[in-house]
Ligand binder design. Structure first.
Ligand code: AP5
Ligand code: ZN
Length: 217
């Protein structure tokens, strides 16, 4: 089963995708993670994307469509793909339809997480993660149990994303409203769109998502 998690920055797409990976063996396809890996590796795609991401804008469609197309060629998607942060424009949504059809795959559901705007800013500007294992933390809601030590792996180095400051979050939200929110209609017209209350706690959001997956084929 292949699904899209749709929602603004900080809605919880990555959090819920990781849970689906852990509990259902699905594969998370996060274009944000792929682009950050390309930036870290200094590839031509990464060099092209870095300044755009740091400014909170969308990387050009051809770049992200190319990344997803390459990723869909890998043979590990039997238990299903979770598209996290892709598609983000109507052109990307149309390209995904073509790519899936070419590869004999289909989309089962598009799950839109809805969250209040101020909660999004609060979630994003407070978050940080373990540099060793990626475990996520938050300045107010989830600090390591022992100060400065990762609960999951014992690592002592933490990092923040360069685009997680207030100014860039506002720019990311503006991009979302202008270019990504309209694709909800694209999927609504195809009767694939399901809305989930992303303000609920993480477990409750997960339960809502699983209920939708269990009804979808
Ligand atoms: P990307 O990495 O996709 O970032 P994003 O969409 O801005 O999403 P985030 O990762 O910030 O949030 P999330 O929804 O995953 O929330 P999370 O689970 O972490 O993209 C980054 C950049 O890459 C873009 O700006 C763009 O430049 C580029 N890019 C990527 N894809 C692209 C594309 N397709 N086209 C063009 N450009 C692209 O949760 C956030 C926080 O909230 C965490 O601290 C978490 O613990 C907490 N939290 C989660 N759920 C809850 C809950 N229910 N209650 C309380 N706290 C919660
Ligand atoms: Zn760790």
């Amino acid at each position: 089963m292949n699904i899209i998690l749709l929602g603004p920055p900080g809605a919880g797409k990555g959090t819920q995708a990781q849970r689906l990976v852990a509990e259902r063996g699905m594969v998370q396809l996060s274009t944000g993670d792929m682009l950050r890996a390309a930036v870290a590796a200094g590839t031509p795609v990464g060099q092209r994307a870095k300044a755009i991401m740091d400014a909170g804008q969308l990387v050009p469609d051809d770049v992200v469509i190319g990344i997803i197309s390459d990723r869909l060629d890998q043979p590990d998607l039997a238990k299903g793909a979770i598209f996290d942060g892709f598609p983000r424009t109507t052109a990307q949504a149309e390209a995904l339809d073509r790519l899936l059809a070419d590869k004999g795959l289909r989309l089962s559901a598009v799950i839109a997480l809805t969250v209040d705007e101020e909660a999004l800013v609060d979630r994003i500007t407070g978050r940080f993660s373990c540099a060793t294992c990626g475990e996520g933390y938050h300045d107010r809601y989830k600090l390591p149990k022992q100060d400065g030590v990762c609960d999951a792996c014992g690592g002592a180095t933490f990092k923040r994303r360069p685009d997680d400051n207030v100014e860039t979050v506002r720019a990311r939200l503006a991009e979302y409203h202008a270019k990504t929110a309209p694709i909800a209609d694209y999927y609504g017209q195809r009767s694939m769109l399901h809305s989930v209350d992303g303000m609920a706690d993480i477990d409750a959001v997960y339960c809502q998502i699983v209920a939708i997956l269990d009804e979808s084929v």
